[in-house]
Design a protein around this ligand. Structure first.
Ligand code: HQG
Length: 180
């Protein structure tokens, strides 16, 4: 794995799953002072001389938009599993969203709908290609689900913007889910 990918994984771990291991003070939108993150990384052998510019470069060259720096703060756009629920802004979703998953989850999903499992939100994809890539993390031949997101929104289901490829939801009942 190249160094910027390793950095991306370490920062995702810190910001999504274990801010306390890095002594980060996170606000309700997931922001932390970038100085705190740099201090924590500098205490680790691998990242002794890492700079804010290195982190910005990692963000800029990443294929997926996972993190953002604004002013003196950094946050992850999605993926959180920490107990404190990160608040996201509700937004009207596109008409259709997609979700890539594994065959072994299908029976439960079609019966119970999508639920966040170990994360805070269900993660949905803006397009089929993104959903394929998400699903491949779980299954060589992923199942792609088509989510009737606008109808669900009109029926009162909450959706939240993650980034231009990722949408979030608390749960998606199975009546809005079809196999593609
Ligand atoms: C499944 C990555 C059984 C769900 C990706 C999924 C994404 C159910 C798995 C982001 C279920 C959870 C998130 C139910 C959902 N019964 N299984 N009722 N409801 N599931 O990894 O969406 O590269 O927590 O289908 O690209 O795969 O890290 O979520 O298969 O954007 O930036 O439970 O993480 O981004 O798996 O992936 P995950 P995900 P990064």
């Amino acid at each position: 794995m190249d160094r910027l990918t390793e950095l991306s994984k370490e920062i995702s771990y810190a910001l999504r799953h274990a801010p306390w291991e890095y002594e980060l003070e996170m606000d309700e939108e997931g922001w932390v002072p970038i100085e705190q993150l740099l201090d924590a990384l500098h205490r680790k052998n691998d990242w002794k001389s890492i700079t804010q510019e290195d982190i910005q470069q990692m963000i800029d060259i990443s294929e997926k938009k996972r993190h953002e720096i604004v002013g003196s703060r950094i946050r992850a756009f999605y993926g959180h599993s920490i107990p404190m629920k990160i608040s996201k802004i509700q937004s009207k979703p596109p008409e259709i969203l997609y979700h890539g998953t594994a065959r072994r989850f299908m029976e439960s999903i079609m019966k119970n709908g999508l639920s966040p499992q170990s994360r805070q939100y269900v993660h949905l994809s803006q397009d089929v290609e993104t959903a394929q890539n998400v699903g491949k993390r779980h299954d060589d031949k992923p199942y792609i689900l088509r989510i009737d997101s606008l109808r669900a929104w009109n029926d009162g289901i909450s959706f939240y913007y993650g980034n231009e490829k990722v949408w979030l939801a608390d749960t998606v009942p199975s009546i809005y889910i079809k196999e593609l």
